[in-house]
Design a protein around this ligand. Structure first.
Ligand code: 13P
Length: 257
């Protein structure tokens, strides 16, 4: 089955409003109408940039999607510092990253939290980009596939096949994030294929074949081609290389080919 590729930029905690607007405008200026059918481009800025970024894209009528980097599962209430699904939807989000390894590692997010966020997003008609990935210690133990598949299973607990089909999975080996050390295409493909097999067990072969699986971890214009040439890698979730117009545009063009 032909899956539409996705190129998503995770800006992390970079770009205050002024910089965010400038970078979005630059990306928008490079966007071409014929990209629409060939790739889904997603920009995931910090919360405070969501509305300004969306405003630029709406003004330009460029079909680039906006995603948040995190969300809380309750709709409203006494949850100081948190932001809900309705709030990010009102900012114009179609997607939201969930379970990024920085949230798991630095902020103590558990598989159970990830699952609550996934279900809250689906309930609010937003598409989760569910991040999974192993540490170097897990890789060295030789249990990567089991570890990552357990993360997938936990993230999608209680989700049905119709909803799962709207979700994106991002395989991001922790040891490759921000390190300049990319997984080899063979390493990345092996895990992405294992993720798809796990999705097939959960949701059936047809749904698993329809779902997009991205690779993330030091992906850049120099290594994107060999990674997305792999059959189970449908695009990228990009950190550092999404912060510069030229590299992000090159990455988008690479997945379209
Ligand atoms: P880098 O591309 O900077 O390695 O970051 C990857 C990532 O964590 C995207 O979510």
């Amino acid at each position: 089955m032909a899956r539409k590729p996705m190129m998503a930029g995770n800006w992390k905690m970079n770009n205050a409003i002024g910089e965010a607007v400038v970078l979005t405008q630059e990306i928008s200026n490079n966007w071409r109408k014929d990209w629409e059918d060939k790739v889904d481009v997603v920009i995931c800025p910090p919360f405070v940039d969501l509305k300004p970024v969306k405003t630029v894209l709406e003004f330009d009528k460029t079909k680039i999607f906006v995603g948040a980097q995190n969300v809380y599962w309750e709709e409203a209430g006494a949850f100081t510092g948190e932001v809900s699904v309705p709030m990010i939807r009102e900012c114009g989000c179609d997607y939201c990253i969930v379970g990024h390894s920085e949230r798991r590692g630095l902020f103590g997010e558990t598989n159970e939290d990830v699952n609550k966020k996934v279900r809250a997003l689906l309930g609010g008609r937003l598409a989760p980009i569910v991040c999974v990935g192993e540490s170097l210690a897990v890789r060295d133990e030789g249990t990567t596939n089991e570890y990552v598949c357990a993360q997938v299973k936990a993230a999608f607990a209680g989700v049905d096949a119709d909803d799962a089909a709207k979700c994106v999975v991002a395989y991001e080996p922790v040891w490759a994030i921000g390190t300049g050390r990319t997984a080899t295409p063979e390493q990345a493909e092996e895990v992405c294929a294992a993720i798809r097999a796990q999705l097939a067990v959960l949701f059936g072969e047809e749904t698993a074949q329809a779902m997009r699986i991205l690779y993330g971890g030091s992906m850049n214009p120099g290594n994107v081609d060999v990674l997305v040439a792999e059959p189970d890698i449908d695009g990228g979730l990009i950190g550092g290389a999404s912060l510069k117009r030229d590299s992000f545009i090159q990455l988008v063009k690479a997945v379209m080919q």
